[in-house]
Design a protein around this ligand. Sequence first.
Ligand code: UT7
Length: 329
Amino acid sequence: MQTLIPMGLLGLGHYVPETRLTNADLEKMVDTTDDWIVQRTGIRERRIAAKDLDTSRIGILAAQRAIADAGIDPAEIDLVICCTVTGDQVFPATACRIGKEIGAVRAGGFDVAAACSGFVFGSQIAAGFIRSGVYKTVLVVGAEILSRIVDYTDRNTCVLFGDGAGAAIYTSHDRAKRGEFLGGSIQMEGASEDVLAVPGGGSRHPASHASVDQRLHFMKMGGTKVFRFAVRVFAELVQRVVDQYGLDEIGVIIPHQVNQRIIESAMDSLGLPMDLVYSNIERFGNTSAASVPIALSEAVAAGRLKKGKLAVMPAFGAGLAWGHIVLRW
Ligand code: UT7
């Protein structure tokens, strides 16, 4: 069997738009209260992209920060993967625009549509290419402008989501600056569009006057089903890492920033303390594929990753799909 090449991290970066949408702002838009939102979700504000920003642009800003952090020439990048469900348009891939604008002149690129699990899945794809020796340097961007698909007349969803982008550059471990990528998982339960979906705009319900009238181009969600699913798989994924490596090895858990109550319920069911978790949901809400790389980038800057210890990143969302990645710092 072919020996796998070890992989690590070369650079990280993130970008969030300046405009803040606070709970007080939402109180003026739908029938909700700051108290309800904070108690049920832990969110106080989210960032919203200005009209002149598209997903590739915020992805580019995050990628440029990751390139500066890595200290590489963008021409060294072999592959650009953009994880998003709010790409600039149906095609071409948003990754192609990002690659061109950052100067990744040799790279190939494509998008990964795995919603909130996007960055974790994109990182696994990068690992496949790097660990098999096909590519040396891969840029994985998680970028979302969810405010363009959120229905701001639906209080069940509009309080949860925000915009942002995070980026990671992976390379073979001999060239990596930090962290060894140890692997993870990718799983799915089959399409469950009644649970979490944007029904319109694809081949099932192409754009039409009727699809617009029925608001099919906005996100629909069965919140309670997602809640139960997320608590269950979050706990399963972390338990798997505990079984494989031992609890003492875990330095930090950086989960998909879904809802503070989901994170607390899962940690409680595992009997683990919340101080193991890095959370920024209070400030950014749920940014889908961008949430893990933004949180990872922030956690590293805050010194939350401990040398020699594991950083565990579980993610879960539409599909239903879920998975995790593990880095040894
Ligand atoms: O990355 C995955 C993306 N999905 C998610 O992150 C969603 C996961 N789910 C959740 O976060 C939670 O299910 C929610 C925060 C969406 C809802 O919390 P919940 O504790 O499950 O509330 P619920 O859906 O059981 O609703 C309880 C009540 C309902 O009123 P009635 O029917 O009891 O009168 C809702 O209509 O709360 C109402 N409600 C609200 N009230 C004030 C729902 N949204 C709001 C709101 N403000 N924004």
